[in-house]
Design a protein around this ligand. Structure first.
Ligand code: HEC
Length: 556
């Protein structure tokens, strides 16, 4: 009696699960399973959603993390959580494993871990859907587009602004990159994941003719999307918002500046919105058949990018292992080209020509390359454990020519591959070299004017390593400096971004243990001497940073 579809959260499912646990004789004999009551179930559901669903999925079918379904599944090499039992599950959640499962004893109490261990033995509740009508109800316009200012109202050099995610505050900070001053904190909703702007493409301007980079769009983990106008006075920068999912990760703006696209984790779909008003226009489900021929309900949109030279978006459908190239020229007759690659697609970046998109399939240990011009898979590169490039880095190597690089979530390493099939055919899409760091990281970054590449080590369990970043030389391929960004307890160094002219590198000090206070900061380094220049204080959990000029012009 498996309950799979459309069960409401709470009592109904609880009763079924109790029945299930009792009827599974072997389990009942092994240890008396203690089902959760309604209140406990709600609490565990919320904890699971916040802390576990990203890796394991809300339906627990598995992604970066293993399947956590109650019943065994041979194909997924899963014993099933009922068989593992409360004691073993508690131990795994408390201590983590060597295979990449985090320890949660520093985040949850023993009682909370017990709730989670029991929750994952019950059938996963299926969250509700979100129709277009509901998205339209949640659409709000704060400033009518006809009232948008015709020139910047603050007299600052907005093209060197940094838009900074203040993750746990549910805010975006706008920082003046020339003056190192915080211009505004904007309410964007829970845990913004990504911020993007219209970019310089063939058509460089928005329909109203403003330059690219003026408007920024955020995607929150709660599916709330906002539009930010950097020409407005501080306090008025939020101009429109909507909600397009309950759980979401990415956003992109079409090359013609007409559309914004948001990608959902739940419901698994993407939504195309009017970039001017933020009105939701079109919803497309990403549920489907994966590269192995199996139906996937929770086929999540991991990442979305606009293609620099074509009128299309790349939509990375994580669990399907497919890159969907979506032509946005005709929303009523949508043309979607599905490119098979590898499962668990995550995030990526374009090569310097803007033709090839290089994306990690993290749990498959591959970098996948798709060709935006032919709409085909170009190559797959086998890498070490769990590549994760974030916004990525491209540079020139003396031997391999143009190269791209990634950090890894699973190992302290930077992997570098050739990415110029035209000029360096023999090196293209092959590993050029690997370089060891002290710990697994999340982000890598460089700039054309810099001789260095920066890699963080945020995933390493040792605080001093987490709090430092590696800088290596493009020419010698050797680490030239390990920068100890902070030594303060409960803080980690994460994510690098150059300023517009490439003379500075900004690194976030993420105050994760004190996430409700503005005790985080950004440390500004001189990109040449690697010396510290300045600390910008007063930020709450700063993580990703986006320099207006660099992002709009694809400077990586
Ligand atoms: C960063 C990604 C990540 C997050 C977040 C995460 N897990 Fe995991 N989890 C994994 C990976 C990877 C494995 C497989 C580990 C291995 O094989 O050693 C795993 C394994 C497990 C297992 C063992 C399953 C089995 O069949 O052996 C359990 C139980 C588990 N996770 C529960 C949780 C719970 C509960 C949470 C939230 C509190 C959580 N995980 C959050 C990545 C994650």
């Amino acid at each position: 009696m498996r309950v799979k579809h459309k069960m409401k959260y709470g009592a109904a499912i609880l009763a079924t699960c109790m029945g299930l646990a009792v009827s599974t004789g072997a389990v009942a004999a092994k240890e008396a399973f203690k089902p959760l009551n309604d209140a406990e179930f709600e609490q565990a559901k919320s904890m699971y959603f916040q802390r576990c669903a990203g890796c394991h999925g809300v339906l627990r079918a598995g992604a970066t993390g293993k399947s956590l379904e109650p019943q065994p599944n041979k194909a997924k090499k899963s014993k099933g959580t009922l068989k593992l039992g409360t004691k073993r599950l508690t131990k795994i959640i408390t201590q983590g494993t060597e295979g990449g499962m985090n320890n949660f004893d520093d985040i949850f109490t023993a009682e909370e871990i017990d709730l989670l261990a029991r929750y994952i033995q019950m059938e996963p509740p299926v969250p509700p859907e979100m129709p277009l009508s509901l998205m339209k109800e949640r659409h709000k316009v704060y400033v009518d587009p006809k009232d948008y200012p015709t020139k910047p109202l603050h007299g600052r050099n907005w093209e060197n602004f940094f838009v900074v995610i203040e993750r746990d505050a549910g805010k975006i900070a706008v920082i003046d990159g020339d003056k190192h001053e915080i211009v505004d904190h904007i309410d964007t909703g829970y845990a913004v994941h990504v911020v993007k702007a219209a970019e310089h493409h063939k058509t460089q301007h928005t329909p109203k003719g403003e330059p690219a980079g003026r408007f920024w769009y955020t995607q929150g983990r709660d599916g709330k999307m906002t539009k930010i106008d950097l020409w407005q006075k501080p306090g008025n920068m939020l101009v429109a918002e909507t909600q397009m999912a309950y759980d979401a990760r990415d956003v992109a703006v079409s090359g013609d500046g007409k559309y914004v696209i948001g990608g959902g984790y739940w419901p698994p779909h993407f939504v195309i919105l009017d970039a001017v008003t933020m009105e939701p226009l079109k919803v497309v489900s990403t549920r489907g058949i994966n590269v192995d021929g199996e139906y996937v309900n929770e086929a999540r949109v991991a990442a979305i990018y606009t293609t620099p030279n074509e009128p299309t978006f790349w939509v990375a459908v994580k669990e399907l292992g497919q890159m969907w190239q979506v032509d946005y020229t005709d929303l009523d007759n949508l043309d979607i080209n599905q490119v098979n690659s590898a499962k668990f697609l995550h995030d990526g970046f374009f090569d310097p020509t803007g033709r090839y998109f290089q994306i990690a399939a993290n749990a498959s240990n591959k970098m996948v390359i798709v060709d935006s011009k032919t709409g085909k898979l170009e190559a797959m590169i086998d890498t070490d454990k769990k590549p994760h490039p974030g916004p990525g880095a491209n540079w020139n190597d003396d031997t391999c020519g143009p190269v791209g690089g990634t950090t890894h979530l699973g190992v302290g390493k930077v992997t570098v591959w050739g990415n110029d099939p035209k000029g360096h055919k023999d090196q293209a899409w092959k590993i050029c070299y690997e370089l060891d760091t002290d710990g697994a990281g999340v982000f890598i970054r460089t700039h054309p004017t810099s001789q260095y590449v920066w890699a963080d080590q945020t995933k390493h369990p040792e605080p001093l390593i987490q709090q430092s970043v590696k800088v290596f030389d493009k020419k010698t391929r050797k680490v030239v400096k390990t920068i100890q960004v902070t030594k303060e307890e409960g803080k980690a160094a994460v994510h690098m971004e150059f300023n517009a002219d490439g003379s500075e590198v900004w690194v976030s000090v993420w105050n994760r243990a004190d996430a409700s206070n503005p005790t985080g900061e950004i440390v500004v380094y001189d990109a040449k001497t690697l010396e510290e220049k300045k600390r910008i204080k007063g930020l709450t959990t700063p993580t990703g940073k986006f320099n207006v000029y660099n992002r709009v012009n694809h400077v990586t």
